[in-house]
Ligand binder design. Structure first.
Ligand code: GLV
Length: 310
């Protein structure tokens, strides 16, 4: 009996069971910890299964990541089985990222972070307004999510730049290659990091990057915590080079209570919620992947072992 096992530290299994069974009533869906025969598991739905878990599943065909990122799997000791790995990039999940990025951009653009601070002190003071076209917004990462955010920003009238290894074309967006990061950063008012993490871009949001931005600029990180050099961010905020940061991703997560990031008056933190998967939105794609691997086909969204080594 082939079992689809579900392991998650955040998602509620009941809704997933219901959504997946609606797509395929024959699925044998089991929540990790409830079922008893690991040898029967041929599909594991999980984002970050505990290290070593995959070694206990001798007949695993597919690790379906419940998310877009796969860097959380890097460096594990149990990835050498013959199973495939797939990630999910879905329209609704992308929409969540767009909403979160726009909320941050508009917050900074309309200086709401300043007005919130003033309201706390009952201070009535108006700041000069800029138009969106006067704001240079740069996206680090122009994959599906970065491109969707860029399009939304163009629609709102912002001046948009995109940094990416491969060049694309979106009306109203100026593209910069990874080698051109200095020119990309020059005079930016806002930087939004939506990169997936690899060795080459670890620490990309650092002092050198911040120094090239316009004085009083803002940073939004929805990539990974390790993209940001925290001490450089704190120094840039304290010197006034940066005015504000909104961080959704941390290294490590959860962010320890003793981290100075929590207490900095110009940093706003959310607990990795920029987007999430909604079971009804992705169930069909997951069930299709289950059917594909059971039929000996590669899953959609396959992640290779060489991508995991980058
Ligand atoms: C979330 O960070 C994801 O990788 O989907």
């Amino acid at each position: 009996m082939a079992i689809v096992a579900f392991y998650s530290e955040v998602y509620e299994p009941l809704a997933w069971r219901q959504a997946l069974l609606e797509c395929d009533p024959e699925l044998n869906f089991q929540v990790w910890g409830e079922f008893i025969a690991p040898k029967d598991v041929d599909v594991l739905l999980a984002w970050r299964p505990p290290d070593g878990m995959l070694k206990t599943l001798p007949n695993l065909k597919l690790l379906q990541c419940l998310g877009a990122g796969f860097d959380q799997l890097r460096g594990r000791s149990d990835l050498d089985g013959g199973f495939q790995i797939a990630r999910i990039v879905d329209d609704d999940q992308t929409a969540g990222m767009v909403e979160y990025a726009l909320a941050g951009v508009l917050d900074f653009h309309r200086q709401l972070y300043l007005y919130r601070d003033q309201a706390d002190r009952s201070a009535w003071k108006e700041w000069p307004r800029s138009s969106a076209s006067q704001r240079e917004v740069g996206l680090l990462g122009m994959g599906t999510m970065g491109a969707a955010i860029a399009r939304a920003l163009v629609t709102l009238g912002f001046s948009v730049r995109g940094l990416s290894r491969t060049r694309g074309s979106i009306d109203g967006v100026r593209w910069f290659g990874a080698d051109d990061i200095g020119a990309f950063a020059d005079g930016l008012d806002m930087a939004i990091c939506v990169l997936s993490l690899n060795k080459a871009n670890t620490g990309i949001l650092d002092r050198r990057f911040f120094e090239r931005m316009r004085r009083g600029a803002a940073v939004i990180n929805i990539g990974r915590g390790a993209h940001l050099v925290e001490t450089d961010l704190l120094a840039a905020l304290d010197s006034g080079q940066l005015a504000w940061a909104r961080l959704d991703v941390m290294a490590p997560e959860p962010l320890p209570a003793i981290s100075p990031l929590w207490r900095h008056p110009r940093i706003e933190i959310t607990p990795h919620i920029a987007t999430s998967l909604l079971p009804h939105a992705v169930a069909r794609a997951i069930v299709e992947n289950i059917h594909r691997v059971r039929a000996g086909l590669p899953p959609v969204g396959a992640v290779s072992r060489s991508q995991l080594a980058l």
